[in-house]
Design a protein around this ligand. Structure first.
Ligand SMILES: Cc1ncc(COP(=O)(O)O)c(C=O)c1O
Length: 442
């Protein structure tokens, strides 16, 4: 390995004694020898315990929209600290932030806060169920909506034989099998299939839970016609359209995917980018549905609307709304795609990009995927091998090819140059390793 990870490796061995897998989240364990620990993050770069510096394209899975330790947001957060934390009472700023969100996202007529994306989506599903009096929901193959039982049914496509439908399995042990029957899976971009499911289970489906640019599945994007059709079908069958914007919100446009596609949700969820890393999330939506909160539907939480997170969100949203930060991000993402494309194209490697320039999926096949099943037909093992070399070269992407590359407003020309240099090295090293492996097999 080209990197020195002596300190991270030693810390991992110590941490393992007290922390499962040596980390605070399963996704942060990258193997005994490759799990790294962060010393600090500034802008678009991270420094690990061994002082390796990386240009980061994970950005905490999306929250870092302006960059780590943004001084404007941190100053606001410190002022928020002066308010005093949480009181089991409300503060004035809750309204100010809700007004900003409503301005940016027209469907957000009313707003409720939580701390994480999981909490917001969980509350949204409960509210949709209460509003419709139905229990089932429809989700897309490849969709991820958090770590609560109802969202933890998935189609493990890596195990799919490419014949028939993929199996539906729980994402974890401990998910009650009795919850399986509520979830109905459809493929992205197939409105006929969606209508068939709506028709067949007409009196059972409460909501369509959809992330139109799939932030955990390459950034596979709904075709505009599909999302419009989904909206119309929800109206026809009395199904709540719950658009999960935990990753896309305040990132792909000021008004999220809803602005990008011109489609309005009945309910929508936000988190990640809205606080530039401070823990806060939102469930928002149409007044007639949201007014059920407190009138039959329970919602709350001790740490909800913490004064630090709320102040950070107020400042972050103001910056995203009133400056050209999102244009800067999209411009960088477009340049990043072009630079990678030039390197891959010069070597005759089939590839395409999916999603939005601010959260790009790099896909190893000529045509971008329309749904999760297409991923199976791509050369994702090339990505998996290349990602390890990228880390050694100081470019931090997710080791799993399905996670898009996240761009923040602090990615600059120096980041781009460092990234493309590392990318070229990683592509060549991966090609050489693949060639060598082929020769050994022959
Ligand atoms: C679309 C989507 N919904 C929900 C979640 C869950 O958010 P959290 O990890 O904050 O609980 C995620 C997390 O990545 C997500 O991408």
């Amino acid at each position: 390995m080209a990197r020195n990870l002596t300190k991270s490796n030693a810390h991992f061995r110590r941490a393992l004694k007290r922390l499962p897998l040596g980390v605070a989240s399963n996704f942060r364990y990258w193997g005994d020898a490759r799990t790294i620990y962060v010393k600090h993050g500034r802008g678009a770069r991270l420094t690990d315990l061994d002082d390796n510096v990386y240009v980061d394209y994970r950005m905490g899975y999306g929250p870092g929209i302006l960059g780590y330790a943004d001084p404007r947001v941190d100053e606001a957060a410190r002022a928020g600290m002066e308010i005093g934390g949480v009181f089991a009472l409300s503060t004035e700023r809750e309204l100010a932030v809700a007004e900003r969100i409503a301005k940016m996202v027209p469907a957000a007529e009313l707003v409720r806060y939580s701390n994480s994306g999981t909490e917001a989506v969980m509350a949204g599903l409960r509210l949709a169920r209460a509003f419709t009096g139905r229990d089932d929901y429809v989700i897309l193959e490849g969709g991820y909506h958090g770590l609560f039982d109802a969202a933890m049914w998935f189609t493990p496509m890596d195990k799919w034989s490419q014949v028939g439908d993929p199996e539906v399995r729980p994402y974890s042990e401990g998910v009650p099998l009795s919850t399986r029957g509520f979830a109905h899976f459809v493929q992205a971009n197939d409105a006929n299939q969606l209508e068939d499911v709506f028709k067949r289970y007409a009196d059972r489906i409460a909501c369509l839970l959809i992330e139109p640019i799939m932030g955990n599945c390459l950034g596979i994007a709904a075709e505009p016609g599909y999302l419009r059709a989904a909206r119309a079908l929800c109206d026809r069958y009395g199904v709540v359209l719950l658009i999960d914007e935990v990753k896309t919100g305040f990132r792909v446009a000021r008004g999220g995917v809803q602005e990008l596609y011109g489609v309005h949700a009945d309910l929508c969820t936000f988190a990640k980018a809205m606080g530039n890393g401070y823990p806060i999330s939102v469930l928002a939506g149409r007044e007639k549905i949201m007014r059920k909160l407190g009138h039959g539907v329970a919602h709350g939480g001790t740490y909800t609307a913490h004064s630090v997170s709320l102040a950070a969100a107020e400042r972050t949203l103001q910056i995203l709304d009133e400056t050209d930060a999102l244009e800067t991000i999209a411009d960088y993402g477009t340049k990043l795609r072009a630079g990678m494309s030039e390197i891959l194209g010069a070597r005759g490697i089939a590839h395409s990009f999916v999603g939005h320039p601010s959260m790009s999926g790099l896909y190893f096949a000529q045509d971008p995927p329309r749904n999760y099943r297409d991923w199976k037909g791509s050369d994702y093992s090339f990505y998996d091998a290349m990602a390890k070399v990228l880390h050694d070269e100081g470019v931090l992407c997710e080791p799993d090819s399905r996670e898009p590359w996240f761009v923040c407003a602090s990615h600059d020309a120096a980041c781009l140059a460092d990234t493309l240099r590392g990318f070229e090295t990683a592509v060549d090293a991966t090609l050489a390793a693949t060639d060598a492996a082929r020769k050994v097999r022959a």
